[in-house]
Design a protein around this ligand. Sequence first.
Ligand SMILES: *Cc1c(COP(=O)(O)O)cnc(C)c1O
Length: 402
Amino acid sequence: MSQDATATSPHVMNTYGRVPIALARGQGVRVWDTQGREYLDGLSGIAVNTLGHNHPRLVAALQDQVAKLIHCSNYYHVPGQEAVARKLVELSGLSNVFFCNSGLEANEAALKLARKLGNDRGYAKPKVVVCEHAFHGRSLATLSATGNPKIHAGFFPLIEGFIRVPLNDIEGLKHAVADEEEVVAVFFEVIQGEGGIHPARAQYLRQVRALCDERDWLMMVDEVQCGMGRTGKWFAHQWTDIRPDVMALAKGLGSGVPVGAVVAGPKAAHIFQPGNHGTTFGGNPLAMRAALETIAIMEDENLLANAEKVGAHLQERLRQTLGKLEGFVEVRGQGMMIGVELDRPCGALIALAAEAGLLISVTAENVIRLLPALIMTEAEADELVDRLLPVVTQFLQQKPAA
Ligand SMILES: *Cc1c(COP(=O)(O)O)cnc(C)c1O
């Protein structure tokens, strides 16, 4: 292919700042661009390619499904939905699932559940508590729930009904709702992803759970990025003993086939009645086969244990190596969801790392984000650090702190 593959397209809307690379194929934790250059994939399509690339079992299952039935609409029963729902219920201890196609759609469904609960209670303006630095998606409701002014800019008026509080501050939350009569839910990421890899503390999760029980609110968690095994548990909140009432999933659920889900416990499972919510593509046979096979492979290959073990190893190696550099702040995260905070904006590292054969991202301006496939080995994690270290070292030397 010619170099045109990486030129800005005259026909695709200009919504992304893209690295000048076009990827052509992948194998395991490696990808190759249209020029044949190899990269170690530390991003997995933003926590999507859980199983790495070209996993033979997933490929075979998808090929089989494509030849049988890709889509049929929700006018009919889709047996795969029952199979995936049963599995998600078993893994989460929750009770019912709605299938959609993306993270924002899962969050939109969660927010509609909260609205509907409020309307059912006779509230004129139901309110949902959300967090500073949260990211929930780009639809009007989910961008309004998002705690980032850059994502709000240009889209006023926002959807109303959100009360914003700092994460990990239960007193701040209680203070913010002190004069509110129509609160219906608290909604937050168990580990903030786009916000810079900031985990909600276990104690905070328990305090929010207790408050939601006491006030009869829904505890709703956005596990679109941190769910599906990424942290070494199926769902990040399972590092504690609490269960949410509503959980949004997407990214890792279908290994790259678009699929989202909102999983609800008994307090939220029956809020939607026929006609309240729907989607044309959601839960189609291809998406369900992808999710079912992804979960089966994760179980058979012990990928949760691998994510925990290799993630801890990777974090340790990052601390040992980058930790010595002037400009390093800290390593945060859980399992294969890792942020390395520097003391200065470092978005330039994305292109520099790519030149050195490594795909990474940067969030919240100064946090290097690593989201490797859950199949990564310790040797591959070491290779990742070996590729990252010289790039960060050189960057920090050449770009002094402001
Ligand atoms: C990516 C992400 C979303 C949005 O998902 P899309 O599939 O891009 O709509 C929502 N919440 C979190 C936590 C995410 O990481």
